[in-house]
Design a protein around this ligand. Structure first.
Ligand code: UDP
Ligand code: MG
Length: 318
């Protein structure tokens, strides 16, 4: 018998989880039962309350009375979904771990197929959005811009990716061993490039019509964090800006000198011009050099392994 952990990050979902958690479990159970596989798996649910300020912790405690397979953790404050996923992975004991949202926007019907793909030897199963939920035009464009910038800077194409994933225990252990604290779950999994499969899904609307727990500012901060944790390009850009300024400066400097020689320049203008150009260019260039060293330092501090070996990643020893 194999064990499967379902990790659910929840933030201010007191209403939602009373129906969503039992629903997620029962959908998976009935799919397994109809495939005659109920006996193959032992399930556990880990709900991570990300510092909710509503009755989520009390609701979880009450639900645990009814459902012994439910484990609940509560953060002291809202540390963010990434932290909640990390805590869930740490607490999970399963041979496979499925991360899923607690608002039923991720269809639990996929879980049985995810397990099947895992049994077939895949270590990661991504649920990929073929259609995003109802969003405004601006939200769609912003999401598109984020994925385009992220791809151009990190080389990873995350379009359509979600946090709804199945991970083999070995993958979870590798993720947990990474020392970095600011994490981008989706990005890290794609970066590691484990043998993986994809299942398409359409994002449902929240069943009660409530809104996303992310506001614009939180999303913007999330986007900037994720880009900077996968690329040092912004730091290095200063060098290029510095070099370009310096080049322009040289051209303007030469022109000023010519004007001075021809006697067309105003008194003192050439000296001021040259000083500004040379000092400005030199400052930007040196900032760029510091940026390069900082980028190296940043990469070292993140402590991501320089490589991951393939042979270690098979399911044979299970
Ligand atoms: N969530 C969380 N911490 C947060 C924000 C959200 O744990 O700071 C949870 C939330 O309760 C839900 C999941 O993460 O289970 C996805 O959040 P949401 O539905 O608000 O995001 P969206 O569907 O808009 O991506
Ligand atoms: Mg949602």
């Amino acid at each position: 018998m194999k064990s499967v952990s379902i990790v659910i990050p929840v933030y201010n979902e007191a209403q939602m989880i009373q129906t969503s958690i039992p629903h997620i479990l029962s959908v998976l159970e009935s799919a397994l039962a109809s495939a005659g596989k109920s006996e193959n798996y032992q399930l556990e649910v880990i709900a991570v309350d990300d510092g909710s300020v509503d009755r989520t912790p009390q609701v979880l405690a009450a639900m645990q009375q009814q459902e012994p397979r439910l484990k609940a953790l509560s953060f002291t404050r809202n540390f963010g979904k990434e932290a909640a996923i990390l805590a869930g992975l740490q607490a999970a004991t399963g041979d496979a771990v499925i991360v899923i949202d607690g608002d039923l926007q991720h269809p639990p019907e996929l879980m049985a197929s995810m397990l099947q793909l895992w049994e077939n030897g895949l270590l990661v199963v991504h649920a990929v959005k073929v259609q995003r939920a109802r969003e405004t035009w601006l939200q769609k464009q912003l999401a598109r811009a984020f994925y385009a910038v992220f791809k151009s800077m990190s080389g990873l194409d995350l379009r359509g990716h979600s946090d709804y994933k199945l991970l083999d225990k070995q993958v979870v252990q590798i993720l947990l061993a990474l020392p970095e604290r600011q994490r981008f779950f989706r990005g890290l999994i794609s970066w590691a490039n484990f043998p993986s499969g994809q299942l398409p899904f359409e994002v449902a609307d929240r069943p009660d019509g409530s809104h996303s727990k992310w506001n614009r500012i939180k999303l913007l901060r999330y986007a900037i964090n994720n880009i900077t944790s996968f690329s040092s390009l912004p730091l290095k850009l200063v060098t290029y800006v510095g070099a370009t300024t310096f080049l322009f400066g040289l051209i303007i400097g030469v022109i000023s000198l010519i004007q001075k020689i021809e006697g067309k320049a105003m008194d003192g203008f050439t000296t001021v011009n040259l000083l500004i150009i040379i000092i400005g260019g030199a400052i930007l260039l040196s900032l760029g050099v510091i940026g390069h060293y900082l980028a190296r330092l940043y990469d070292e501090v993140k402590g991501r392994p320089a490589f991951l070996i393939k042979q270690n990643l098979t399911q044979e020893d299970k």
